[in-house]
Design a protein around this ligand. Sequence first.
Ligand SMILES: Cc1cc2nc3c(=O)[nH]c(=O)nc-3n(C[C@H](O)[C@H](O)[C@H](O)COP(=O)(O)OP(=O)(O)OC[C@H]3O[C@@H](n4cnc5c(N)ncnc54)[C@H](O)[C@@H]3O)c2cc1C
Length: 483
Amino acid sequence: MKTAIIVGAGMGGLATAARLAKAGYEVFVFEARNQIGGRIGELRRNGYRFDTGPTLLMMLEPLERLFSDLHRRVEDYLELVLIDPSYRVYFGDGTVFDSSPNIARMVREIARKISPREVPGYLKLMADLSAMYHAVVPAFVRKQYDSLADLFSPYQVGLLLRHRLLANLWKRVGRYVRDPRLRMLFSFQTMYLGLSPKEALWVYGVLTYMESGEGVWYPRGGMHKVPHAVAQIAQEEGARIYLNQRVAEVLVENGQAVGVRLASGEVLRADVVVINVDAPTAYRELLPPTRYARRNFKNSCSALMFYIGYTEPLPHQLHHNVYFSRDFEQNLYELFVQNRVPSDPSFYTCLSNRTDPQDAPAGCENLYVLVPVPNLTGEDARAAAPRVLETVIARVGLKRERIQFVETLTPHEWQALGLWQGAAFGIAHNFFQSTAFRPSVRTPFRNCYLVGASTQPGNGIPMTLISAELVAERVLGRRSRKA
Ligand SMILES: Cc1cc2nc3c(=O)[nH]c(=O)nc-3n(C[C@H](O)[C@H](O)[C@H](O)COP(=O)(O)OP(=O)(O)OC[C@H]3O[C@@H](n4cnc5c(N)ncnc54)[C@H](O)[C@@H]3O)c2cc1C
């Protein structure tokens, strides 16, 4: 029986573990912390429960594919709930808008709150994004890249031209919808990747489609149920998961990975090593020196988090809520160009107790707040946290005496998870760090692979699941599904 060591029990590591265990490998997962899931974390305090990282489950297909490849049914492990309206949007001018994947609802909301004249543009935008999404995912996302030639086949070049994939997202969305509020609404999703919508390529409109077209889902019990379900399957297939076991080094002999050395000094040998640690950190700290360790990757922005126990209902909030800065373009400029904590930041809030009432004591709210801020190369978000919290308190309309506690998480804590420069969303998704240019799941060392958000295809739970598919295909010697 061949053995595989997986370094890190984030989403990508666990999905790879399950796939390799199912294929007959003896699998050992070593996780540095005392819990699995990586960024998909959980916090419990005073009867409140918070998801600490992801809150939006989108693009279910890779999750469903994982389960079906493992001969399991999603519904036997997870209860997925469609959240509709997806979220409530608070625009800077006072407009309150409920976004929905239900087209009829959305048409009504746009006509009522914005203008009936914008409805045809919205419908055309969704139709074009849907067509692009269904073409792009098999051709560019679920794709093994061995060389640049794999990026420029005649079919892919045809798609590139037909959908104008390299056009600017912000400008192009503005041609479908004229109202600045709708332009924000249909392009801000790139911030989930830590990417400014003003700098993003049109192809990243697939995120808008995932959300506005397919909808936002939630696993009852919390987001961490997803990695726990995958870990359970991996263990049912024989994988062993060890917590509090930091890997200090991947051992390489004659250009081939042969095992790992744990921080305790113990050496373990394996036929295959898969690293789920953020790719720049893996190249810098775990692997022998290569040109990748010196590559100056551009990082995504980071996230300043507040987890607030609140002792009064906030009836105006839904499960998900987005607060746009009063001057969104200035917000983007300060964050992405000046690398500063915005003076009037946009932010996102989540109350999972809307769907899981037991997540907060009766009559209370578990208020999760995510504010995009610079990574550790920019202004110190830790120092700015009190000021940002004041903005959140004012805009959400919180009463100070009702705040039972505030737990804060800054880019420093994201860095402690192995994320280079504290970039919560991994390396950026600019053109030269996407598709074939993004770190491959293969490393320069034989039998050594990378999986996770800073590898191909990219950030987000669905992408890390696809990353695990790509790794398993490589390890098991199956060719990619060709475009
Ligand atoms: C605030 C926030 C909100 C987000 N929201 C969403 C969302 O709503 N929807 C969505 O789809 N995505 C979201 N994401 C992105 C999503 O969380 C990530 O893309 C995904 O979870 C990354 O998984 P990964 O496989 O890269 O592993 P990671 O989560 O990066 O896990 C890596 C694991 O490796 C471990 N490790 C590190 N070093 C070592 C070592 N030396 N030895 C052993 N173990 C080690 C770490 O402890 C960690 O457990 C969000 C991310 C953040 C930060």
